[in-house]
Design a protein around this ligand. Structure first.
Ligand code: GLN
Length: 185
């Protein structure tokens, strides 16, 4: 099983130590042909507008949508969850693979970024350090989307079948539990 790590922009290098620790075979991918070599994909945090433009420029959007439609497991982190969402700030999402609506930068600017404890019963973590960096808020979800964790009232770890999203950054902590979960998806 080969884990793809979308390496167009953003916090993709931070996933590598977790994948190594779990002995996962991984490839950093940056073009459409590479999509054929992977079995699942991590879309990292970063800047969703920039990443969306690169996906278009490298003609990856349509083939990636097709892979996800055919069942490839995907995990979007922060900006990655924005790319996966059906709508972002009221406009159609770039990949539209997760039936949720998100609002970007919903908690404020960089200065409002924070670490907050997140209770994740599914992963047996009552106080996972949730690093929220100019995070989006999931403002609505369609039927079938599961909420695995909330922060306050907001869903922050969700899953719809083979597509999962966290609005915080587990790769910036030392705990590989989210990566472990994704590899089993
Ligand atoms: N604010 C960024 C965006 O809108 C997401 C930030 C992140 O990925 N940490 O794309």
């Amino acid at each position: 099983m080969i884990v793809g790590l979308l390496g167009l922009q953003g916090a993709f290098p931070d996933h590598i130590r977790h994948l190594k620790r779990l002995d996962a075979d991984y490839r950093v991918i940056r073009d459409a042909p590479a999509l054929a070599e992977i079995d699942r994909l991590i879309i990292p945090g970063g800047e969703s507008t920039v990443m969306g433009k690169f996906l278009e420029a490298f003609q990856m959007t349509a083939p990636l949508q097709e892979r996800i439609r055919r069942g490839m497991p995907v995990w979007g982190i922060c900006a990655g969850s924005i790319l996966l969402a059906e709508t972002a700030d009221g406009a159609p999402g770039i990949l539209g693979a997760l039936p949720v609506a998100v609002k970007r930068n919903a908690y404020g600017r960089q200065i409002a970024s924070a670490q907050k404890p997140v209770n994740v019963p599914l992963l047996d973590r009552p106080a996972f350090p949730g690093l929220f960096i100019r995070a989006p808020r999931i403002i609505s979800m369609k039927k079938g989307v599961e909420t695995h964790a909330r922060c306050g009232d907001d869903p922050v770890f969700i899953q719809h079948g083979h597509v999962m999203a966290t609005t915080f950054h587990p790769e910036l902590t030392d705990d590989p539990v989210f990566h472990e979960y994704f590899l089993r998806l």
